[in-house]
Design a protein around this ligand. Structure first.
Ligand code: PMP
Length: 369
């Protein structure tokens, strides 16, 4: 579409009164801030809750993938493997291009309002706004647990279609109390879908909500392979009643999970011992890093059931920049949890480099005072 007045001056064409995109775009998109996922070069990358361990062996299957054909639209093989692992039927699983995509599909299919405790994973709010739905953040209570009465009041008042509960929660790292979560699921049984986002479940001591799937028809569980070594493949899943899966499936783009990701993920799922070993190594390291952080003066870590630790520091901007200067990238939680940084658990060597750098930066800060 040609808009405005196009004039030739010398060799060049100028377009005056051209479209003002800021006014043309929907207001809910214009006022939205895109998810911040910049690539910052560093020596030790501990900012995105990825696993430090990959699966080089998984890629041997790539030779058998026919890239001239569309992928299996149903991800049959992968869903079959996961259904067996989780003790459910493939019809209770929906595949996503990462769980981010499934959040999109859920809100597209069921609409809003969308309610979630805050601080939590930012995509619930971003996607709600992108789809023109109301996003409602309810502050967490003490110890970053759900504030039961505040949540109940907001649910009564706002009548959300979907409630997202990330447990373990990103960025705080804790699991919410199961009783409080069950209370929310039970009290909203005919009015709201409750999506328990178990992205970090592999690192948690809690058993998760999969065993309760049969008891609550409004319960939806979300899982991802991103945190256990396959972030680059973008593979996530919804687990719910066949009825819910059927409705969400209607808005799923055809062939949303590419053939290479399906093949590698299915291969890796056959190497469960290696997967578990990596998870155990991360949990062991998490406990070590937590203990070390607790001993650094001016640093206060929060207990974590995930593959990262949120910690408070005195001069957060300076510590963040100081770490970056040492080649260590962590996540600055500005605007989410003030005064805090979030570090992903890496290999023992990466964690050692991080802790050494942090101690150096904090020490130099004290000396400057
Ligand atoms: N849920 C939570 C709580 C997360 O922290 C993340 C990733 N940061 C996701 C979902 C998205 O994961 P995926 O890579 O599967 O899109």
């Amino acid at each position: 579409m040609q808009s405005g007045l196009t004039v030739r001056i010398g060799e060049l064409w100028y377009n005056f009164f051209a479209m003002n995109v800021k006014k043309f775009v929907k207001p809910n998109i214009y006022s939205l801030t895109a998810y911040q996922a910049k690539e910052i070069s560093c020596r030790v990358k501990l900012d995105a809750n990825e696993s430090p361990y990959g699966f080089a062996d998984g890629y041997t299957v790539l030779k058998s993938v026919k890239t001239n054909r569309y992928p299996d639209p149903e991800a049959t093989m992968l869903k079959r493997l996961l259904a067996k692992e989780w003790g459910i039927r493939p019809a209770n699983i929906l595949q996503g291009n990462g769980s981010d995509e499934l959040i999109y599909y859920l809100i597209t299919a069921f609409g809003g309002p969308v309610l979630y405790p805050v601080p939590t994973f930012s995509m619930y709010g971003i996607i709600a706004q992108a789809l023109g739905e109301k996003g409602i953040g309810i502050p967490l209570g003490t110890d970053f647990d759900l504030d039961g009465s505040r949540m109940a009041g907001a649910i009564r008042r706002e009548k959300p279609k979907i409630i997202f509960l990330s447990s373990p929660n990103n960025p705080t790292g804790n699991c919410f109390s199961s009783e409080k979560m069950l209370q929310i699921i039970a009290s909203t049984s005919s009015k709201s879908l409750v999506v328990v986002d178990e992205a970090y479940h592999p690192f948690a001591s809690e058993k998760g909500f999969l065993p309760m799937l049969g008891d609550y028809r409004n319960l939806v569980i979300m899982r991802t392979l991103s945190k256990i070594g396959l972030a680059g493949l973008r593979v996530g899943f919804l687990i719910a009643s066949g009825e819910i899966i059927e409705e969400v499936n209607k808005v799923r783009l055809p062939f949303n999970l590419n053939a290479l990701s399906q093949a590698v993920a299915a291969e890796v799922m056959q190497h469960k011992a290696e997967l578990r070993q990596h998870i155990r190594a991360i949990v062991r390291e998490r406990e070590k890093v937590f203990a070390e952080l607790s001993n650094v003066e001016g640093v206060a870590p929060y207990p974590s059931e995930a593959n990262f630790i949120l910690f408070r520091v005195e001069d957060v901007d300076r510590v963040y920049q100081g770490l970056l200067g040492e080649g260590v990238l962590v996540r600055h939680m500005k605007g989410v949890v003030e005064g805090c940084l979030r570090v992903t658990i890496g290999t023992p060597e990466e964690n050692r480099i991080f802790l050494r750098a942090l101690k150096k930066v904090v020490r130099s800060e004290k000396e400057d005072k």
